[in-house]
Write a new protein. Structure first.
Length: 313
């Protein structure tokens, strides 16, 4: 059975969520006035900018965090895109970021390797750390940081050069010139990305001649060539067909334990298949985070249930 064949979680509302007629209604999340929460719900309260505490499952407390985000805010000019986000990405596990378009998932992802530094109007507040070191420390070498954090984008972006040179590019820019080392890295990373058997006889061919799915696996090989600790995947399967998507998902499962993976996806079935933990975001705020089976089977908030079951968003 392939990853794509595995069924997604179906949601069963926990018994504690039901409110018998003779019992008081469930209390709203902390920070939101009860009358407002009843009248218009959590999403409306978020739209009004009312503060609240995200629902955090106890399962996270048992994990060792590699990437840790604490009270993180981000602005594009005067527009605030992230609001007081706090979450952890457990070491060696896959964490999925889900939520409607424009909720801040990709913005948060790009903060981890400071890609948003390239946008002049961006400013941040709060703390984001990798192995305890503040990612936004002004004394931190950003180039060294990005060696520790590989990234794969929504659309495959191979460089206009050979397959071989695409894979070894991170080593080239780091000054590696030993052909033996480059060849060994190329073979090992292409094997890890499940592409070696398909391209081993045409490594000198242009990477642009590969299919979309092959190009994305090539980008994954390039991302892991520098032996990073973290892999950031920004909707890596959105432009791929189901077969190519299945191969990427199988790779994600194979990478568990070796890399800490943070993936943005709009596909609820994909999130349920590939991730260990899931974080639900809405309008730049973290709403709920926990083990994936908890988020899909027993979410703490009805709003989370509505989203993962397709009744909202």
């Amino acid at each position: 059975m392939t990853i794509m064949d595995q069924p997604a979680f179906s949601v069963t509302r926990p018994a504690s969520a039901a409110t018998p007629a003779n019992e008081p209604a469930q209390k709203p999340p902390p920070g939101i006035p009860q009358s407002n929460a009843r009248a218009s719900g959590l999403f409306e309260a978020i739209k009004r900018g009312e503060p609240f505490s995200a629902a955090v499952h106890d399962s996270l407390a048992r994990e060792k965090a590699l990437v840790d985000v604490e009270h993180f805010d981000l602005w594009y000019g005067k527009a605030q895109a992230l609001h007081d986000v706090s979450l952890t990405c457990p070491a060696g596990k896959v964490t999925a970021l889900i939520g409607p378009s424009g909720c801040g998932k990709s913005t948060l992802l790009r903060c981890v390797n400071r890609m948003n530094d390239l946008i002049e109007s961006v400013r941040v507040r709060g703390r984001m750390s990798l192995s305890g070191r503040d990612i936004n420390d002004p004394h931190l070498d950003v180039i060294e940081l990005r060696k520790r954090i590989g990234m794969v984008f929504q659309k495959p972006n191979p460089f206009p050069m050979s397959i071989f040179e695409n894979v070894v590019y991170p080593l080239r820019i780091d000054g590696e010139r030993d052909r033996g080392v480059l060849a060994e890295t190329c073979e090992s990373t292409l094997k890890s990305a499940g592409l070696w058997e398909e391209v081993k006889d045409r490594l000198d061919a242009s990477a642009l001649a590969l299919s979309g799915g092959q190009q994305q696996r090539l980008c994954i090989a390039r991302a892991i060539a520098a032996d990073p600790e973290v892999l950031l995947l920004d909707e890596p399967c959105s432009a791929l067909d189901p077969i190519a998507t299945g191969r990427i998902e199988e790779l994600i499962h194979e990478f568990k334990g070796e890399y800490t993976i943070l993936i943005v996806t709009h596909n609820m079935q994909q999130a349920s298949r590939v991730s260990d933990f899931t974080a639900f975001m809405y309008l730049g705020r973290l709403v709920e985070i926990g083990a994936t089976d908890e988020i899909f089977l027993q979410p703490k908030l009805k709003e989370t249930e509505d989203y993962v079951t397709g009744r909202f968003g």
